[in-house]
Design a protein around this ligand. Structure first.
Ligand SMILES: *[C@@H]1O[C@H](CO)[C@@H](O)[C@H](O)[C@H]1NC(C)=O
Ligand SMILES: *[C@@H]1O[C@H](CO)[C@@H](O)[C@H](O)[C@H]1NC(C)=O
Length: 318
């Protein structure tokens, strides 16, 4: 039995190694900057000790980075006189933790100048955030190059809070993810908050032209209506433990208390409701599947050597 399992794991590992054809590898910095991973981890842990809510920000930032133009650090680039960058799209509301990436980058530039890409720092920081919050610990391949394009208009390709299950399946499918992987990655909402601006259209109080979203549990709707009286920027947690990486998110949507329409849509879809039920019962399975899906996400459209660079300052193209 154990032997079978071991051989399967080994086989999967070999398959993965083959699929990293973009110059990525495990321990990519083993010779060029051996402390790269521990320096990023220390920087991230120090920051999260002060403010654990930043874990969600870093995870979200990595997701946003990878979904737009691949994992190339494009989300970190500042707008210039001639270009409005991804960062300044309305979808940037929950992006937080840029200063952590800067701190890690500054440290790395002191120790191994010009070696470690911003895209890798972000990928490592997201991984470390998940672990800090009580999620799985795992290795990721590194060696990503930083991209040279960051345009606000590209962010229309991000999943929207108003998406139903079919739209979610479609947009994740465009990036090579199965419906199950989409559900697992949505589970990243076990961390963090959303602003009233992204869900108040579900409440009849704020949008009298629509009826209240019938998929919303009535007492939860009342709670949200109260909260959002304070304004569009009011933050509400996705689940009761927004700084802990657990499977509470799935229990929450089972109860009709999914914060975004796109959260509740998972449970409302007969096609994928079973997966929600599965992960709500098995935290370890969710952790494991999340880790696999995040490694896969971290490989999206990774730049080949000549398509990218090692940015010296994560805010600017060299
Ligand atoms: C998000 O975009 C707005 C403008 O749309 C900008 O003022 C704000 O600084 C951006 N936030 C971040 C975190 O970059
Ligand atoms: C999901 O949303 C899309 C786009 O808005 C729409 O065309 C489709 O009919 C919706 N599907 C369901 C099952 O409601």
């Amino acid at each position: 039995m154990i032997c079978d399992w071991y051989i399967t794991a080994l086989f999967l590992l070999i398959l993965q190694a083959i699929s990293w054809s973009n110059g990525l590898s495990m321990d990519y910095y083993a010779f060029s900057c051996p402390s790269a991973e521990s320096m990023v981890m220390n920087t991230v842990f120090q920051a999260l000790n002060k403010d654990p809510t930043l874990a969600a920000g870093l995870l979200r930032m990595h997701f946003h980075d990878c979904f737009i133009q691949g994992c190339d650090g494009s989300v970190l680039i500042d707008s210039t006189k001639d270009n409005t960058a991804e960062k300044d799209s309305p979808a940037n509301l929950s992006l937080r933790g840029f200063e952590i990436i800067d701190d890690a980058k500054n440290l790395l530039e002191d120790w191994c100048p010009g070696m470690v890409s911003c895209a890798d720092i972000l990928a490592m920081a997201a991984r470390d955030s998940v672990f800090f919050a009580g999620g799985p610990a795992y290795d990721i391949p590194t060696g990503r190059k930083d991209g040279r394009r960051s345009r606000i208009e590209d962010t229309i390709n991000l999943p929207q809070p108003s998406f139903n299950a079919s739209s979610l399946i479609r947009i994740f499918g465009q990036h090579g993810f199965s419906a199950q992987e989409m559900v697992v990655l949505s589970g990243g909402h076990t961390l963090g908050v959303a602003r009233c601006s992204s869900f108040k259209n579900r409440l009849s109080q704020f949008d009298p032209t629509h009826q209240q979203d019938p998929s919303l549990d009535p007492s939860f709707a009342k709670f949200l209506s109260q909260k959002c009286l304070a304004g569009d920027n009011t933050a509400v947690a996705f689940d009761a433990s927004p700084n802990i990486f657990d499977n509470n998110y799935f229990n929450t949507i089972q109860r009709g208390a999914g914060l975004l329409f796109s959260d509740q849509a998972l449970f409302n879809s007969p096609m994928i409701r079973g997966l929600v039920n599965l992960y709500s019962m098995d935290r370890a399975l969710f952790s494991f599947d999340f880790q696999q899906a995040l490694v896969k996400m971290g490989l999206l459209d990774v730049k080949e050597d000549d398509e990218g660079e090692i940015r010296l300052n994560c805010h600017r193209i060299n």
